[in-house]
Write a protein that binds this ligand. Sequence first.
Ligand SMILES: [Zn+2]
Length: 78
Amino acid sequence: MYSRKSTMESIPEEMTEVWACTNDGCKGWIRDDFAFEAEPVCQLCKSPMVKETRMLPLLVNTNKKQKSLGKGILIDRK
Ligand SMILES: [Zn+2]
Protein backbone atom coordinates (compact mmCIF):
# COMPACT_ATOMS: atom_id res chain seq x y z
CA MET A 1 0.00 0.00 0.00
CA TYR A 2 1.29 3.44 -0.93
CA SER A 3 0.04 6.44 0.99
CA ARG A 4 -1.40 9.36 -0.92
CA LYS A 5 1.04 11.70 0.83
CA SER A 6 4.20 10.00 -0.44
CA THR A 7 2.78 10.08 -3.96
CA MET A 8 2.28 13.84 -3.70
CA GLU A 9 5.82 14.38 -2.45
CA SER A 10 7.29 12.42 -5.35
CA ILE A 11 5.94 14.89 -7.93
CA PRO A 12 8.73 17.32 -8.86
CA GLU A 13 7.86 20.98 -9.31
CA GLU A 14 9.25 23.41 -11.81
CA MET A 15 8.90 27.09 -12.63
CA THR A 16 6.03 27.10 -15.10
CA GLU A 17 4.79 29.90 -17.31
CA VAL A 18 1.09 30.52 -16.80
CA TRP A 19 -1.51 33.06 -17.84
CA ALA A 20 -3.33 34.58 -14.87
CA CYS A 21 -6.63 36.45 -14.95
CA THR A 22 -6.35 40.22 -14.39
CA ASN A 23 -9.71 40.33 -12.61
CA ASP A 24 -9.04 40.68 -8.86
CA GLY A 25 -12.13 38.71 -7.95
CA CYS A 26 -11.27 35.79 -10.22
CA LYS A 27 -8.80 32.98 -9.63
CA GLY A 28 -8.74 31.85 -13.24
CA TRP A 29 -5.40 30.85 -14.74
CA ILE A 30 -4.09 28.48 -17.38
CA ARG A 31 -0.75 26.86 -18.09
CA ASP A 32 1.01 28.42 -21.06
CA ASP A 33 1.25 24.89 -22.49
CA PHE A 34 -2.54 24.84 -22.69
CA ALA A 35 -2.97 28.34 -24.10
CA PHE A 36 -3.19 28.08 -27.84
CA GLU A 37 -3.89 31.76 -28.43
CA ALA A 38 -1.17 34.41 -28.30
CA GLU A 39 -3.13 36.34 -25.66
CA PRO A 40 -5.77 34.10 -24.11
CA VAL A 41 -8.80 35.38 -22.22
CA CYS A 42 -10.00 33.96 -18.91
CA GLN A 43 -12.21 30.91 -19.32
CA LEU A 44 -14.23 31.97 -16.28
CA CYS A 45 -14.89 35.71 -16.77
CA LYS A 46 -13.45 36.52 -20.22
CA SER A 47 -11.04 39.11 -18.79
CA PRO A 48 -7.59 39.62 -20.35
CA MET A 49 -4.82 37.48 -18.90
CA VAL A 50 -1.20 38.30 -18.05
CA LYS A 51 1.78 35.99 -18.18
CA GLU A 52 3.52 35.07 -14.94
CA THR A 53 5.62 32.27 -13.50
CA ARG A 54 4.54 29.85 -10.78
CA MET A 55 5.95 26.76 -9.12
CA LEU A 56 3.74 23.93 -10.33
CA PRO A 57 3.93 20.14 -10.32
CA LEU A 58 5.65 18.85 -13.41
CA LEU A 59 3.31 17.40 -16.01
CA VAL A 60 4.54 14.24 -17.65
CA ASN A 61 2.49 14.51 -20.82
CA THR A 62 2.13 18.19 -21.60
CA ASN A 63 0.72 19.94 -24.61
CA LYS A 64 4.11 21.56 -25.10
CA LYS A 65 5.40 18.13 -26.05
CA GLN A 66 2.48 17.67 -28.41
CA LYS A 67 3.09 21.09 -29.93
CA SER A 68 6.73 20.21 -30.64
CA LEU A 69 5.60 17.14 -32.53
CA GLY A 70 4.14 19.46 -35.12
CA LYS A 71 0.87 19.29 -36.93
CA GLY A 72 -0.52 16.26 -38.66
CA ILE A 73 0.45 13.73 -36.01
CA LEU A 74 -2.48 11.98 -34.41
CA ILE A 75 -2.22 11.28 -30.71
CA ASP A 76 -4.08 8.26 -29.41
CA ARG A 77 -6.06 9.53 -26.40
CA LYS A 78 -8.26 6.50 -25.77
ZN1 LIG B 1 -11.18 35.43 -14.75
